[in-house]
Design a protein around this ligand. Structure first.
Ligand code: FES
Length: 143
């Protein structure tokens, strides 16, 4: 069996929503200290809906595929729904990732949360700080 699913390879080769949004409503950037990979997401929010999203990543193929798939899952969704996005949902949408690459999908979950937090902060929207833990909690990594 191939190490990577067709969907992973497709999103790695043809990543969706790559780029930056100059007038983004929220920007999130996270990195993985162990592998050194970095992911950055830009979001536009209109009437509580993520109307546009773009990403840049300096990361491995699984990070690129995870970010690309995450943007597809997020675009057009209400902000509250996006907050519930888990790395597990990204992995499932990609038809799986090898176990040692699951952490790459965690970056996608963390970066969208960072972008949403930035959006809330910039717009003075109140939120439960527990939604955005400062430290990465590996207990939270699913799968
Ligand atoms: Fe670092 Fe994939 S190896 S995100």
């Amino acid at each position: 069996m191939a190490l990577y699913s067709e969907k992973v390879m497709d999103h790695f080769r043809n990543p969706r929503n790559v780029g930056i949004i100059e007038d983004a409503d929220g920007i999130g950037e996270v990195g993985n200290a162990k592998c050194g990979d970095i992911m950055k997401f830009y979001i536009k929010v209109q009437d509580g809906i993520v109307s546009d999203i773009k990403f840049e990543t300096f990361g491995c193929g699984s990070a690129i595929a995870s970010a690309s798939m995450a943007t597809e899952l997020i675009k057009g969704q209400p902000v509250e729904k996006v907050l519930e996005l888990t790395n597990r949902a990204v992995v499932e949408a990609l038809d799986g990732l090898p176990t040692h690459k699951i952490h790459c999908s965690v970056l996608a979950e963390e970066v969208i949360k960072a972008a949403l937090k930035d959006y809330y902060d910039k717009n003075g929207i109140e939120y439960d700080p527990a939604l955005f833990p400062d430290e990465h909690d590996c207990e939270h990594c699913e799968i």
